[in-house]
Design a protein around this ligand. Structure first.
Ligand code: BGC
Length: 854
C-alpha cells in the first residue's frame, strides 16, 4: 500500500563483510584505529557550505593521515571549474544506447575530476528516474526505464572509477519532482513525501541503484524528500535495510546538500556523511553532526560502533579506489568553486580574509586523439534521435540539391535555438533558456568552455560556393524572412532544471510538455511559409525530455524531425554529423513521446500545489512507468520507447532461446558473510580532549568537531527510533554486491542475427523485452496473491555497427532477477516456475518482429 509509513530497520549493517572490499577494510581498520574521536567526527561531517574549495569538503584526520575530501558536481562534467569539458547530459547519453560510449564518457569525466583534485564526483544520477516526464531533473539521469538507466549508470560508474575517482549514485530515492523537494526552499515546514509500494520500489526505482552497487560504486547520495513519510536521509528501511543489508553496499551514504533532517537519528538510520555539513541553512555554522556528534558520543546517546562504521566506510572507499596512492594526480583541489581569479579566499563562506592560490588553471580536457571533446561529440551525435524522415530528405547533401532549378541552393536557419544568444554561460548554473540549448540547469550543469552552435556548424558543413546559408537566429521571424528558401531548418527547445532556480514560471519542473518560447508556433510558421510554401522544413529540437509534437508533426512540409536532446559543448558539430550523414542516425528514444502529458497517467503528473501540510504523491502506478503505462492501457504514443530511424535498414532473424538452468522459485539461500567487519574497542576518550586546543584560530561558521566547554556534554533525553532495539533479520535477497549473487546467475541465453539490408553503414540497437507468464500466483499455506505484470519490460540491448549486407549475431543473457518479481510477502525475488515467458527481440518497444518462448 502507499501513503503509509516506512518500516524501521535497525541496526545499521557494518561495511566490510564482502570479499571484494576486504583488503580496503583491513587498511581502513588500521587507520581508523588510530583516529581520535574528533578526527572521526571530522571525517563524517562537511566543514560547511563554501568553507572549502569544492561544493563539499570534509574535515581531515591529520594525525591519522586521512585527508579532507573534495566532493564536486556533477553528472555531466566538473561544475564551477575552468578548462573542463561540457559533456552531453545523461539523457543524451542514454539515447545512444551505446555501452562503449557510456563507459568512455564516464572515464573522460572521471579523468577530468581526477585532474582537478576531486575525490568524490557527485554523479551519475538515476533518481529522478523520470516517472514524471515534466520532472525538472530527469535529464541529469538517463531514462525512466530502470534497465536502461541501470546499465547506463553502471557503465558510467565503471568508467569514472577506473580513474580512481569515487563515483556517487544519486539521489536515493524517488526525488521525482522539484516542487517541494525541500521544505525550506518552498516555504513549507516539510518536504514532499513520495509514497511507493515495496514491489515498485524494488522493480523500478531501486533497480538502477542495485546495478550501481554491483558496479562497485563508492558512494550513494540520499535525496531531499521523504519516502513513505520518512526523510530519505533518515529512512532506516531505505539506508540500513535496502541499501546496506539487501544490496550489500560497502561504501558510504552522503546526504544531499542540506537534506539531513536529524542528528543521531539519521546516523542510526544509516547516513554516513553529512553534506555540506550545515544543518538547516547554507553556511550557517550550525550542524546536526560536527560537535553535536562529539557530544552524542561523549554523553552516550550515540553508539561508538556506529560512528566507527561511518568512518570506516568512508576510509575504506578511499582505499578501494586507490586514493592512498595518487601517483601524479593532485591530492587536493586545484580549482575554486567560488572565484575564477588565481588568488582567492581559502574559506570563502566564513568571511575570513586569508588568501591563497586557489585556481591553478589546469587543463583537463585531454588533447589530440584523447581530447574529451571527441567523446562529447560522439555521444551527442549518437544521442540524436531521428523520428521522422520523409522522401529521404536527410542526410543533407553539402552541395545542396544539385538538380534544384534555382542556384545557389538556399538554406534558411531559423530560431534562437540555432544560435549563440548571449553565450552559453549567460545565467548562473545555466538557469535560463536562451540561445541554443545544450544543458539543463542546476547543480548538474557546468560552465561551458565553449559551445559550437548549430548555425555555425551547419554553415561550415555546406559547400559555400554552392549553398547559401542564412541565419534568422530568433523566434520572432517575419514572412519575409521565410521567402526564397529551398530548405528551412527550424530550431526549437524545451528546458528545465533544479528547483533552487527558476526561469520565468518554470520552477524546476516543466509546467507542460510543449516547446517553449512559442516553439510550436515557430515550427508551424516556418513549415507553412518556407520558400513561399515550396521549401522543405526540417525541425531540430533540443530538450530535457519528451515534448508533445502534436501541433505540427503531421504537417506535410515538415519532412524531418530530429531530437538532439542536450548535446553539450559540441552541439553543432554533433548535429551536423547526423544531419549530413557523416554518422548514421543511431539514437533511439530513452522515453516515450506521448500525444499529451495526460497520456502518461496519474502517477506521472507533477504535484504543483501542496495537497497537505506534508505534500503527498502516491505512485500507485509506480510499476507502470513510461511505456509500461502506455502498453497496459493500450494508449498509442506518437513515438514509442526505443524508437528511432537510421539512414539504412536492418532485418532481424534467427531468434534462438537457450535455457541454461532449470527454473526454481527462489534464489539460493543468502551466502554467509564471508568476511568479518572490522571491530574496535568502544573506549571513549577523555572528554577534555574534545575541547578546542588553546589558542585555536576559529573561523566563523566553520563546522568543527570541538567543544568550547565541557558543560556542553549534558545528558539530554533521547528517544531512540521505534523498534531500534529489535534486530532485523538479514534479507534473503542480500549477500553480495547488488543483492544475493544467485540473482545474477544466467538462466537463458538469447541470440539473434541482425543484417544491414540497406546500402550504407549504420548502427542498429537490438532490444530484448520479456513478458511474464499469465496467471502467476505467489502463494503458500497462508497467502495467495495474484501477480500482475507490465505487458513487457526491457531486459537487454546491444548496439551493433554493420556495413551494407553484413550480418552479426547478438547475444543476451537473462538472469534470475530478470525473470523474477519482487514478492512483498516473501521479501524476496520470486521466479514463476510454471507458465511461459515471452521473449521478444526487435528495434523498439513496439516493433518486435522476433518472438519466442521460454
Ligand atoms: C543537488 C545535488 C548536488 C548538490 C551539491 C544539491 O542541490 O541536489 O545533486 O550534488 O546540490 O551541489
Amino acid at each position: 500500500a502507499t501513503g503509509g509509513e516506512s518500516p524501521p530497520w535497525y541496526p545499521s549493517p557494518h561495511g566490510g563483510t564482502l570479499e571484494t572490499w576486504a583488503h580496503s577494510y583491513q587498511k581502513a581498520q588500521v587507520m581508523v584505529q588510530n583516529m581520535s574521536l574528533l578526527e572521526k567526527v571530522n571525517v563524517t561531517t562537511g566543514v560547511g557550505w563554501s568553507m572549502g574549495l569544492c561544493v563539499g569538503n570534509t574535515g581531515p584526520a591529520i594525525d591519522a593521515g586521512f585527508p579532507s575530501l573534495c566532493l564536486q558536481d556533477g553528472p555531466l562534467g566538473i561544475r564551477f571549474a575552468d578548462q573542463i569539458t561540457a559533456f552531453p547530459a545523461g539523457l543524451t547519453t542514454a539515447a545512444t544506447w551505446n555501452r562503449t560510449l557510456f563507459q568512455e564518457r564516464g572515464y573522460a569525466v572521471g579523468k577530468e575530476a581526477r585532474g582537478k583534485g576531486v575525490n568524490v564526483l557527485l554523479g551519475p544520477s538515476m533518481g529522478p528516474l523520470g516517472i514524471a516526464p515534466a520532472g525538472g531533473r530527469n535529464w541529469e539521469g538517463f531514462s525512466p526505464d530502470p534497465v536502461l538507466s541501470g546499465i547506463a549508470a553502471a557503465d558510467t560508474i565503471k568508467g569514472i572509477q577506473r580513474t580512481g575517482v569515487m563515483a556517487t549514485a544519486k539521489h536515493f530515492v524517488l526525488n521525482e519532482q522539484e516542487h517541494f523537494r525541500q521544505g525550506r526552499e518552498w516555504v513549507l515546514p516539510d518536504a514532499i513525501s513520495s509514497n511507493i509500494d515495496d514491489r515498485a520500489l524494488h522493480e523500478v526505482f531501486v533497480w538502477p541503484f542495485a546495478e550501481s552497487i554491483r558496479a562497485d560504486v563508492a558512494s550513494v547520495m540520499c535525496s531531499y524528500q521523504m519516502v513513505n513519510n520518512s526523510y530519505a536521509c533518515g529512512n532506516s528501511k531505505l539506508l540500513n535495510g535496502i541499501l546496506k543489508d539487501e544490496l550489500g553496499f560497502q561504501g558510504f551514504v552522503q546526504s544531499d546538500w542540506l537534506a539531513q533532517r536529524s542528528g543521531i537519528t539519521s546516523a542510526l538510520a544509516g547516513l554516513d556523511m553529512s553534506m555540506p555539513g550545515d544543518g538547516y541553512a547554507w553556511a550557517d555554522g550550525d550542524a546536526f553532526w560536527g560537535k553535536q556528534l562529539t557530544i552524542a558520543i561523549l554523553n552516550g546517546t550515540m553508539p561508538m560502533d556506529r560512528l566507527n562504521d561511518m568512518v570506516t566506510r568512508i576510509v575504506a572507499a578511499w582505499y578501494q579506489l586507490g586514493q592512498d596512492e595518487p601517483g601524479d594526480n593532485p591530492t587536493s583541489p586545484n580549482f575554486s568553486s567560488w572565484t575564477n581569479e588565481e588568488y582567492g579566499h581559502l574559506y570563502e563562506g566564513s568571511g575570513d580574509k586569508q588568501m591563497g592560490k586557489v585556481n591553478h588553471f589546469v587543463n583537463v580536457q585531454g588533447s589530440g586523439d584523447e581530447a574529451h571533446s571527441n567523446t562529447a561529440r560522439r555521444v551527442a551525435a549518437e544521442g540524436t534521435v531521428l523520428v521522422k524522415n520523409e522522401y529521404g530528405i536527410l542526410p543533407l547533401n553539402p552541395q545542396g540539391v544539385l538538380s534544384a532549378s534555382r542556384k545557389p541552393y538556399r538554406v534558411g536557419v531559423f530560431g534562437e535555438d540555432a544560435g549563440p544568444g548571449k553565450g552559453p554561460n549567460a545565467c548562473p548554473d545555466r538557469g535560463c533558456n536562451q540561445g541554443t540549448l545544450a544543458s539543463g540547469w542546476g547543480s548538474g550543469a557546468v560552465e561551458f568552455p565553449y559551445l559550437v552552435t548549430p548555425y555555425d556548424a551547419l554553415k561550415e558543413s555546406f559547400n559555400a560556393s554552392k549553398v547559401e546559408v542564412q541565419g534568422f537566429l530568433t523566434n520572432e521571424i517575419t514572412d519575409k524572412d521565410l521567402e526564397n528558401h529551398d530548405l528551412c531548418l527550424v530550431f526549437v527547445n524545451s528546458d528545465s532544471g533544479e528547483g533552487y532556480l527558476k526561469w520565468g514560471d518554470i520552477r524546476g519542473d516543466r509546467n507542460d510538455l510543449y516547446l517553449q518560447k512559442y516553439g510550436d508556433e515557430l515550427v508551424q510558421k516556418v513549415a507553412n511559409n518556407c520558400g513561399q510554401d515550396k521549401g522543405d522544413t526540417v525541425v531540430v529540437i533540443h530538450a530535457v525530455g519528451p515534448v508533445v509534437l502534436e501541433d505540427w508533426i503531421e504537417h506535410p512540409r515538415v519532412k524531418a524531425v530530429v531530437l538532439a536532446h542536450l548535446p553539450g559543448e559540441e552541439s553543432g558539430n554533433a548535429l551536423s554529423d547526423v544531419l549530413f550523414g557523416r554518422v548514421d542516425a543511431s539514437g533511439r528514444l530513452p522515453y516515450t513521446i506521448g500525444k499529451s502529458l495526460e497520456d502518461y497517467g496519474e502517477s506521472a503528473q507533477v504535484l504543483y500545489f501542496p495537497n497537505a501540510v506534508v505534500p503527498q504523491v502516491n505512485f500507485t502506478d509506480g510499476l507502470y512507468i513510461d511505456y509500461r503505462y502506455f502498453d497496459k492501457h493500450d494508449i498509442t504514443p506518437r513515438y514509442e520507447f526505443g524508437f528511432g530511424l537510421s539512414y539504412t535498414t536492418f532485418e532481424l532473424s534467427g531468434l534462438l532461446i537457450s535455457p541454461v538452468r532449470d527454473r526454481s522459485m527462489l534464489p539460493a539461500p543468502r551466502p554467509q558473510e564471508p568476511v568479518q567487519a572490522p571491530t574496535y574497542s568502544d573506549e571513549k576518550p577523555d572528554a577534555k580532549s574534545a575541547l578546542f586546543p588553546p589558542g585555536f584560530r576559529k573561523l566563523r561558521k566553520y563546522i568543527y568537531p570541538y567543544l568550547s566547554d565541557l558543560s556542553e556534554i549534558k545528558q539530554d533525553y533521547f528517544e531512540y527510533p521505534k523498534d531500534y532495539h529489535k534486530k532485523q533479520p538479514p534479507s534473503p535477497a542480500g549477500g553480495g554486491l547488488g543483492g544475493n549473487p544467485s540473482l545474477y546467475e544466467t538462466f537463458v541465453i538469447v541470440t539473434a542475427n541482425v543484417t544491414n539490408t540497406g546500402n550504407r553503414t549504420g548502427q542498429e540497437v537490438v532490444q530484448l523485452y520479456v513478458s511474464f507468464p499469465d496467471n502467476v500466483v505467489d502463494s503458500d499455506d497462508k497467502f495467495r496473491d495474484t501477480i500482475e505484470f507490465p505487458v513487457r519490460v526491457l531486459r537487454a540491448f546491444d548496439k551493433v555497427e554493420l556495413d551494407p549486407g553484413e550480418t552479426k549475431k547478438v547475444e543476451f543473457l537473462l538472469t534470475r532477477k530478470d525473470l523474477s518479481f519482487w514478492s512483498t510477502r516473501r521479501q524476496n525475488w520470486v521466479m514463476p516456475v510454471d507458465g511461459v515467458f515471452g521473449i521478444q527481440v526487435g528495434r523498439s518497444s513496439r516493433d518486435l518482429p522476433l518472438r519466442g518462448e521460454y
